[in-house]
Design a protein around this ligand. Structure first.
Ligand SMILES: [Zn+2]
Length: 225
């Protein structure tokens, strides 16, 4: 019989205490008084996307912001976010305080936010009015998808998911701390997309103009280029 969710939660907490905590303690002791992460990562809230797992990261490595559809409200002409300031705050903190030089947006296959954008977010007006407003930050991804190259057989939702990664990177770059560092070559932007079915991470390769699967051979090629 499947355990009740609350039992599963407590069993998980107990498991952490017994199984993971002993080996984590030395690292956490080192990290107790500060963090020095190398990457600012924007990822979807989807339960199937686990940022630390797909980046093989340890505590202290990645500064993570998760949101529905890995959306980031862009800046207006005055430099302020046109929507939720949470993402903008994270950008400012990551760059100005933590000194992070790499920023990635990670989308994924079968994303519910992308499906809602394709079906028309207004259909959710009665039941999820905040979601309707939030998804507006993904609308421009539809026009972008129409101009992109995709792997053969990629369905419409996943095409939009990949286009949305690039659109959200553009939103990230609309904030002055990022713009300034891009001009000076002090920050790098990366597009990631996670294929859930094949548990395969893809990276956007600007020269090829498309996402490529990060197989061992592909990683070797990228490291040598
Ligand atoms: Zn998603």
């Amino acid at each position: 019989m499947k355990p009740e969710p609350v039992h599963r939660l407590f069993r998980g907490l107990m498991n952490f205490d017994q199984e993971f905590r002993p080996s984590l303690k030395p690292l956490m002791k080192q990290l107790a008084h500060g963090q020095d992460p190398e990457l600012l990562l924007f990822a979807c809230s989807d339960s199937r996307v686990v940022p630390h797992l797909i980046t093989s990261a340890e505590p202290g490595d990645v500064f993570v912001v998760r949101s529905v559809g890995n959306l980031i409200a862009p800046a207006d002409t005055s430099g302020h976010s046109i929507g939720d300031v949470s993402e903008a705050s994270a950008i400012e903190y990551a760059l100005e305080v933590l000194g992070i030089r790499d920023i990635a947006v990670c989308g994924h296959s079968n994303c519910g936010a992308m499906s809602a954008l394709i079906k028309g977010r207004q259909a959710l007006t009665q039941t999820a009015p905040n979601l309707v407003r939030w998804l507006a930050h993904g609308e421009a991804s539809k026009a972008r998808a129409a101009t992109m190259k995709f792997a053969e057989g990629l369905n419409e939702v996943d095409q939009l998911g990949q286009a949305n990664v690039l659109q959200q990177l553009e939103h990230v770059a609309s904030f002055e701390p990022v713009r300034k560092r891009l001009r000076q070559g002090e920050v790098r932007l990366h597009g990631l997309w996670f294929d859930i079915e094949h548990a395969m991470l893809h990276l956007y390769e600007a020269e090829a103009g498309r996402f490529v699967a990060l197989t061992e051979a592909e990683i070797d090629r990228l490291l040598q280029s």
